[in-house]
Design a protein around this ligand. Structure first.
Ligand code: SF4
Length: 359
């Protein structure tokens, strides 16, 4: 059973250093090991908006490992389908961190891949993630419009090429996310839960919970993330499936949670709002990519806030390719819809604008 260390506050750099120091992480890594840092840069948006890992988490990690003599460090990531990783890197301030500390940043969309056996099927995974001696997963704890929550296991999706990401969605996400976790098994997870958006993966409504936590088991860390967000672990089925696939254990013993400062700065995680469920109750989804589904949910949210209502059925996802669809279709896969919002993925503004014309 691994320990979970947690720290409260809002200084991502200092909190990361405190976690790594408390857990004596450097003692367990062989000298000369290559260390890859895998943050969450799903979209090009400021971490203060609740989607992406704060740059202070990276600088804290780099400072800690460099001060312990590790020189072979890298930052690796690929943003979601439709987003340029390098734009996200700049918007989030990682270019400055990379320059200042002399640590290279690699866009995994351009990386070579290896075909790796997983409990589900062979999978294409970026070489830089596979080849690192010590992979550190740096997710944001936040909501997700399809999987309810995203943290350690789902953040690993940034280690696969876009064609695999699309395939994950045709497989319903649960099984491939669990299988990827078993194949990659990060050595360490440090979670940024300073201000994640608890509804939308792409952020926009950050909730300041002022917490970070560290552990070595991504399944246990996700189980703990569920607990913090008030979710039952069964609400996020890939966690227990990852456990069955051998990616870790979801068991948490209270004595294994070590708080390294007072939680006076911590805020409670508000109860699940049910917002996504209520917005999408008339949506038919079949293998929709995250970026596409998120644009739809955000578009529906903006439309609802503007008092726009539509009774037309809405379809989205790769399962609708080449089909005639009544009502609204979202994305190029739904070109056969009566009213199509084109794009791969479209934007939330495109969705809202189409709904406006149909209202
Ligand atoms: S249109 Fe949407 S669901 Fe279809 S491939 Fe593009 S992003 Fe994925």
């Amino acid at each position: 059973m691994s320990r979970i260390y947690e720290v409260f506050g809002s200084d991502a750099h200092g909190m990361t250093l405190a976690l790594l120091t408390a857990a004596s992480v450097a003692d367990s890594i062989p000298a000369g090991a290559s260390i890859a840092l895998k943050p969450n840069l799903v979209v090009a948006d400021d971490p203060a908006r609740g989607a992406t890992t704060h740059p202070g988490v990276l600088s804290g990690c780099i400072e800690y490992f460099q001060s312990h003599g590790f020189r072979d460090l890298s930052i690796i990531e690929s943003s979601w389908v439709g987003e340029g990783t390098l734009s996200a890197m700049k918007v989030c301030g990682y270019d400055r961190i990379s320059r200042e500390y002399g640590v290279p940043f690699y866009d995994l969309k351009k990386d070579k891949t290896h075909r790796v056996e997983t409990p589900l099927r062979p999978m294409e995974i970026a070489c830089r993630a596979l080849d690192a001696d010590y992979l550190i997963d740096l997710p944001v704890l936040k909501g997700h419009c399809q999987t309810r929550m995203t943290c350690a296991l789902k953040n690993l999706k940034g280690c696969i090429p876009d064609r695999e990401k699309r395939r994950f969605h045709t497989e319903g996400l649960t099984q491939p996310i669990a299988a990827l976790g078993a194949a990659l098994k990060p050595s360490l997870v440090i979670v940024d839960s300073i201000c994640g958006d608890l509804n939308f993966e792409e952020g926009g409504n950050p909730v300041h919970t002022n917490r970070m936590f560290l552990g070595t088991d991504p399944v246990q860390i996700d189980a703990y993330g569920c607990r913090l967000m008030g979710l039952d672990i069964r609400d996020v089925p890939y966690i227990q499936l990852a456990e069955r696939y051998g990616a870790g254990s979801s068991e948490i013993c209270e004595e294994d949670i070590v708080a390294i400062n007072s939680p006076r700065d911590a805020a409670a995680y508000p109860p699940a709002s049910g917002l996504v469920k209520s917005l999408t109750k008339s949506v038919r989804a079949g293998s929709a990519c995250s970026a596409c589904f998120a644009a739809l949910v955000r578009g529906l949210y903006i439309a609802r806030e503007a008092g726009i209502r539509t009774n037309a059925p809405i379809s989205i996802g790769q399962d609708f390719r080449g089909k005639s669809i009544p009502g609204v279709g979202i994305g190029n896969c739904c070109r056969g819809a009566e009213h199509c919002c084109p794009g791969c993925p479209p934007t939330a503004a495109d969705v809202e604008s189409l709904l406006r014309t149909l209202a």
